[in-house]
Design a protein around this ligand. Structure first.
Ligand code: SF4
Length: 365
């Protein structure tokens, strides 16, 4: 597949459409249809988790680098049935609302405190069902801790702080949800065929925002307190059926679940025995897997030269992977899912061996 043609430094001309999968638009992978469900600030309810796990069958659910849930190996009918079932769950921040509308782009939020929940809900509900919002767009609500600010999202609002566009701070303040939505609209007005704010330039988006008074007040939240929250790490973002079942049970017992953009699950108000119940199903403490990520590889991706995840598991077991530097294992040079920041990309080659390239930033795919 050809890469997007660059027109000039400030804009891009795409010769392919944004093909990000969603609840209704699936990606046809080698192992069947792949559906992606974008939570509102990472929120997932027990009933939703059970439906996702049930549809995945023996395969694990996948957490993406934006905190979305993916289900692989679906038939078209099975994918439709799953979306319809999720539309019936309801709740404050459903994956799909009662009209079957999902959120077209990722809306992530600081997962450990409730402060960012409400703005994330307002943003997501305003965008639901929109077809003019690129799936690649990333909107973040940071509670002031800086955790999701570090993602350099296209649009980030910091509670009690300012707007950031593509990682660039601005001096624009306002009600966080109103400000984020205004920034999204300003981007849509100038984006042409671009998918990300960085492609058109933060300055052009900022021009569409002034004057800032129309975004309401920017109330500084109460001093940020970060209550104890349990954070667990599914290896490579894979949540098996048993783990999903325990997480759902814990949610029934009062835990608030948040999928994070670093492929973990945060549990607020988790029962005291949560760690014991999750032990062995996900990583609950220090782990060599915490710096590792991987694409799906063979056999699930037809392009892959190697069994990426199997090879990585063997490397971890023998102490050859899992150091301080983040490493991302991939089955070919497309390097799907390479995380932002310094990372060693361990790339499968046609000979079945791997070569390692240390990269300083993101490879956008
Ligand atoms: S990096 Fe290559 S092998 Fe891995 S998922 Fe992407 S296309 Fe497939």
């Amino acid at each position: 597949m050809p890469a997007p043609r660059r027109r000039d430094g400030a804009g891009a001309v795409r010769d392919r459409a944004d093909a990000c999968p969603g609840a209704w638009r699936r990606h046809a992978a080698a192992d069947g249809a792949l559906a992606r469900f974008r939570p509102v600030g990472g929120a997932v309810a027990a009933a939703e988790l059970r439906l996702l796990a049930g549809a995945a069958g023996n395969a694990p659910l996948e957490l993406t680098s934006r905190g979305s849930w993916q289900v692989r190996g679906l038939s078209d009918q099975g994918a439709d049935d799953l979306a319809v079932a999720l539309s019936g769950v309801g709740g404050e921040a459903p994956l799909l609302d009662a009209q079957g509308r999902d959120v077209p782009c990722s809306v992530v939020a600081s997962p450990r405190t409730p402060a960012a929940d409400a703005p994330a809900r307002v943003i997501a509900d305003a965008l639901r069902g929109r077809t003019d919002v690129p799936g690649r767009l990333l909107v973040a609500v940071d509670d002031g801790s800086g955790d999701v600010l570090g993602l350099d999202a296209d649009v980030t609002v910091v509670l009690g702080g300012t707007l950031h566009l593509a990682g660039t701070p601005t001096d624009v303040t306002g009600d966080p949800a109103a400000l984020a939505l205004a920034a999204v609209e300003a981007f849509l007005a100038v984006r042409g065929d671009a998918w990300r704010v960085a492609e058109v330039g933060a300055d052009r988006v900022l021009e569409g925002l002034r004057p800032g008074e129309r975004f309401g007040s920017s109330e500084r939240p109460e001093p940020l307190t970060r209550p104890e929250a349990l954070e667990v790490l599914p290896r490579l973002g894979e949540v098996g059926a048993k783990a999903a079942g325990v997480l759902a049970d814990l949610a029934d017992e009062g835990a608030v679940l948040r999928a994070t953009p670093w492929r973990t699950v945060v549990l607020r108000d988790a029962p005291a025995d949560a760690v014991a119940r999750l032990d062995g199903l996900v990583e609950t403490g220090r782990s060599r897997w915490s710096t590792l990520s991987a694409c799906v590889g063979a056999p699930r991706c037809a392009r892959s030269h190697t069994d990426v995840r199997g090879d990585l598991a063997r490397a971890v077991a023998t102490g050859r992977a899992g150091g301080l530097l983040p490493a991302h294992w991939v089955g070919c040079s497309r390097a799907c899912g390479t995380p932002a920041g310094p990372v060693a990309v361990v790339e499968g080659t046609p000979s079945g061996t791997y070569r390692t390239v240390v990269r300083a930033g993101r490879v956008s795919r």
